[in-house]
Structure formats: C-alpha cells, structure tokens
Design a protein around this ligand. Structure first.
Ligand code: UDP
Length: 241
C-alpha cells in the first residue's frame, strides 16, 4: 500500500508518546539515551517551524490496570499512573531544554514548584511563543488513558492533527511482527477503527476524535526525520479521519 499524505498543511500537532518509548530495550524504566533520541527528533520538528504539544504516557513506569490486577485499588493505582506520566514529562522537558528548545511543562493538577496546572490559555500562549508544551498527568481523572488525554488536549489547542508514535509505521491488517502477510492501511475512517477493533488507541480516544473531526496519524517515530517530514507534508503512516 502507498503511504498516507496529509490533506492540509500541518503546523501544530499533538504528539502522543507511550511511556515505553522512553524506556530501555524492553520499554521499561527510564533510559536517558532513548529520551535523548526522541528529543533530537522533537528539536528538528520545531526547527522546521512546527508547533508541538506532547502528551506522554507512563506505561514504562506503571499502569493503573496492571497494579489493580495485582490488588491495589484501581483509583489509587491510576493516581500513581498519572504521577508516572509527570515524571516522564519532567525527564523529557528537561532533556529537550538541553538541546536549546524552549519548553513548558504542565500537569493536569498543579504540582507547586514542579509543574503548573494545565490551562488552555497558558498553553496557547506558550505554543505561540514557540515552546514545546508537555501536558502531563493525563486527563487528571482515573479510568482514562493518556490516549484520551492526547485527543482531548489536541482538540483544546486546535491542533491540526494527533500524531500517535508507535513501533510500527502505521496500522496493519495484522501484527506485522507475527504475520509477514500483514499489509498497512493507508487511511481508515474512525468508524472502521471502531468496528474492526483495530488496536490504534482506546475507544474513548477514537470517539472523541470522531466527534470533533480531529485527524489522527499513526506513525513510526524511530524512523529518523519522520516527525520533521510531517511539516513538509511527507507521507507517513496511516491516517484516520
Ligand atoms: N492514567 C489515568 N488517567 C488518565 C491518564 C492516565 O488514570 O487520564 C493512568 C492510568 O493508570 C494509566 C497510567 O496513568 O495506566 C499511564 O498512562 P497510559 O497507560 O496511558 O500510558 P502509556 O500506555 O501511553 O505509556
């Protein structure tokens, strides 16, 4: 299949990074080398004229559902999961700042001395100032995921699209690592993703994008220059709209 092409010029994006992108080989823990590689790509995107909001997950450190299965009350486990996303955001924002990029770190709930509480007005003004905005702490509510937080913030900041970084270059008919005959979709509708139960993002996130007409592109950020190329209208991944 040929690659998806953006339909309109892209300038402001909301990038969703899973926590495992910040982890070591197995996606666990925090690997500064992995964070540094990500920051190089983020800096290139900003230098190419892009405006960037980032929602980072926490799965490299912990996931609420997993802790709940092990016996912790779910809501408390989710509170811990949200704090894990703040830790990832601190790591990314501080390492990105070392590259010379300007950054702004927000948390869904203010953590005085560490991160101010999210405010749409402050986020829009930081983006207009060329700052890369990290929206941490998820939605601020348990029982949600950072996928939903990403789509929510994308709609709030009037992003051109949500970019979901994954380990493969789009959405496939089957897991390409297990099934060599799997083919990549160039484009999908929200409804196809929902009806076919395709593992793109959780259903709440897809529904939010569908309701607010927010396009979503699933792509492989480990491909050097893939993120930056999106500014120039390069063909990447699978587009869902
Ligand atoms: N979380 C939450 N509410 C949110 C976002 C996240 O409770 O709005 C918690 C939840 O426990 C989740 C964890 O934070 O498992 C880490 O987020 P997520 O699983 O989305 O991270 P990712 O899989 O993207 O690394």
């Amino acid at each position: 299949m040929s690659s998806a092409r953006s339909e309109a010029p892209v300038r402001r994006v909301l990038l969703k990074l899973s926590g495992e992108a910040l982890g070591g080989q197995d996606g666990a823990g925090l690997a500064p080398a992995a964070v540094s590689d990500l920051c190089r790509e983020l800096k290139a995107f900003v230098d190419a004229g892009g405006e960037l909001g980032i929602v980072v997950g926490g799965g490299n450190l912990l996931r609420g559902a997993t802790l709940a299965q092990a016996g912790l009350p779910r809501v408390s486990a989710d509170h811990m999961g949200m704090l894990a996303t703040v830790m990832n955001g601190i790591a990314m924002a501080s390492m990105l700042a070392q590259t010379g990029a300007q950054t702004a770190l927000f948390a869904s709930v203010a953590i005085p001395g560490i991160a101010p509480g999210y405010s749409r007005t402050d986020a829009l003004s930081a983006l207009a100032d060329g700052k890369v905005c990290f929206f941490t702490g998820g939605t601020g509510n348990p029982l949600f995921t950072t996928d939903t937080a990403a789509c929510l913030r994308a709609i709030e900041i009037d992003a051109d699209l949500v970019l979901k970084a994954t380990k493969v270059d789009g959405v496939y008919t089957a897991d390409p690592k297990k099934d060599p005959s799997a083919t990549r979709y160039e484009a999908l509708t929200y409804q196809q993703v929902l009806d076919q139960g395709l593992a793109v993002m959780d259903q709440a996130a897809i529904c939010l994008c569908q309701e607010h007409d927010m396009p979503l592109v699933v792509f492989d950020m480990s491909e050097r220059g893939a993120l930056e190329g999106i500014i120039g209208g390069a063909a990447v991944g699978t587009r869902i709209s």
